[in-house]
Design a protein around this ligand. Structure first.
Ligand SMILES: [Zn+2]
Length: 476
């Protein structure tokens, strides 16, 4: 459902894109062109352009443009470039490595010309990096950053606003984003990536009417990354044409008012991450398989069910999943981590599962959490001096009942003079100092009592594990 909508938007944007950027001539030996703040920096003295109180310096040998506290307010004019597009930083026939020093800004939002980009790199790769997490704020009236090659962003802080109507925030052929903070506001898509979108150790704060992150033909892979994304008008908050993998401590808050928060025609894998999702359609949906492993997922649909796979759906391991409905066209299975129970609530019924179980579609509230027994000992038979006692453990929240275990015979009262009672007279300390009643009701005052209680507790733990396995077999 989202795919068709995405496709229409994709075509519309592609047309818009082509109109603005048709080169008048292309040949292999075209000389590099680079304009910064409205000036040809390759022709400029010392390859330096003053930018407000800061400056931009270009090293042609390494294609490196250093922005040193630059304040950029001008963009290319007609005739500067063999294209009709304009940009505050505009490169053709060369890749561009932008290095940020300090705090930098590009502000060309006041210009009504439709095609003025913040940074534009024509058919080449763009890198934006910094030694010390430099920053760049861009306000523009076309995409804030656009490269028709790969975009690499490393260790920077970006605050991007593309405020004019139907304008996307940022675009590239593919993206590699590391250790960066990106805040983005736009009137179209947030980020458009034609192919793969790989992010790690980063943070995204994106609000836009259309897809916040639109990975058209590639995969989206996020490791240890935070997403705070929301869209309001069309498409999904996070979309990838191939697979979506969110892993390694990532955190996602995603909401789509008109569609899915997360959707891909491919597979979805969530591993060791936390997601809070809300959509009109399922908060998270895949046409391929969906796997939720060791992750916390809360998903809500305002008009459908919270989690849906058009293929197989598996919840694995130490996960926590809450959703207003869940299901799969293929097999929907839960698979608790070895040795633990999953507590599953589905359509008002509650049950425990210890091994892989095939589930039915759940139309109402669904909850999967790893069940933690609340255990306490129940004495079946008190021990005496002559006979062992019997006890077992019970869980107060489920019907788990441990195996019966013996309680050692009571030791015959030995003469108490081996620990003379006047040894440590308790009355020379306040009586409220460690009241003896936090020791379980003991059957004797012998100091040995505490030791055998501890010993039984250890035995009991082992018994719990073995009997837990047995419990499952009986209940399948
Ligand atoms: Zn229990």
């Amino acid at each position: 459902m989202g795919k068709i909508k995405n496709r229409i938007i994709s075509l519309a944007a592609a047309c818009l894109f082509a109109v603005g950027l048709l080169p008048s001539a292309v040949s292999a030996d075209d000389e590099p062109i680079l304009f910064v703040n409205g000036k040809d920096i390759i022709a400029a003295e010392n390859n330096t352009v003053q930018c407000g109180t800061g400056k931009a310096v270009y090293d042609a040998a390494t294609h490196t443009l250093t922005l040193d506290n630059a304040q950029i307010t001008e963009h290319t004019k007609d005739g500067d470039m063999p294209t009709t597009g304009r940009g505050a930083i505009y490169a053709m026939y060369t890749p561009l490595n932008i290095v940020l020093v300090g705090d930098n800004s590009i502000d060309i939002d006041g210009d009504n010309y439709q095609y003025a980009y913040g940074i534009y790199v024509w058919e080449q790769n763009l890198t934006i990096s910094s030694e010390n997490k430099g920053s760049l704020t861009i306000a523009s009236n076309n995409r804030t950053i656009e490269a028709q090659g790969k975009v690499t962003i490393d260790n920077v802080s970006l605050d991007l606003t593309a405020a004019k109507a139907d304008c996307d925030g940022m675009g590239g052929e593919s993206f590699e984003i590391k250790s960066s903070d990106i805040k983005l506001r736009s009137d179209g898509w947030g980020i458009y990536s034609e192919n793969d979108f790989n992010v790690s150790d980063s943070k995204f704060d994106i609000q836009s009417p259309l897809n916040n992150i639109m990975v058209d033909e590639g995969k989206l892979t996020a490791s240890n990354t935070k997403f705070y994304v929301k869209n309001t008008l069309g498409g999904c908050a996070i979309y990838a044409g191939k697979d979506i993998t969110i892993e390694n401590g990532s955190y996602v808050e995603a909401e789509s008012e008109p569609d899915c928060a997360i959707f891909t025609p491919g597979n979805i894998k969530l591993d060791n991450s936390e997601l809070h999702l809300k959509g009109w359609y399922p908060g998270i949906m895949s046409s391929g398989d969906m796997e939720i492993k060791d992750s916390k997922v809360e998903s809500k649909s305002t008009n459908d069910i919270g989690i849906w796979s058009r293929s197989n759906l598996t919840i694995i391991g130490n996960s926590e999943v809450k959703s207003n409905g869940i299901g799969a066209v293929g097999e929907f299975a839960i698979e608790p981590v070895d040795g633990s129970y999953a507590e599953v609530s589905a359509d008002g019924n509650k049950s425990l599962a210890k091994t892989r179980i095939i589930m039915d579609e759940v139309k109402d509230d669904f909850c999967y959490v790893i069940h933690k027994h609340t255990l306490s000992w129940v004495i079946d038979k008190e021990p005496t001096v002559n006979e062992e006692g019997i006890k077992h453990e019970e869980c107060s929240t489920c019907d788990y009942k441990g195996e019966a275990v013996p309680i050692d015979k009571l030791t015959p009262d030995t003469p108490s003079d081996d620990k003379p009672s006047d040894d440590k007279p308790s009355d020379d300390k306040p009586s409220d100092d460690k009241p003896s009643d936090d020791i379980p009701p003991a059957t004797g005052n012998n100091p040995g009592t505490v030791i055998w209680i501890a010993a039984i507790a250890v035995c009991g733990a082992a018994v719990t594990i073995t009997s837990a396995c047995r419990y499952k077999k009986e209940n399948r």
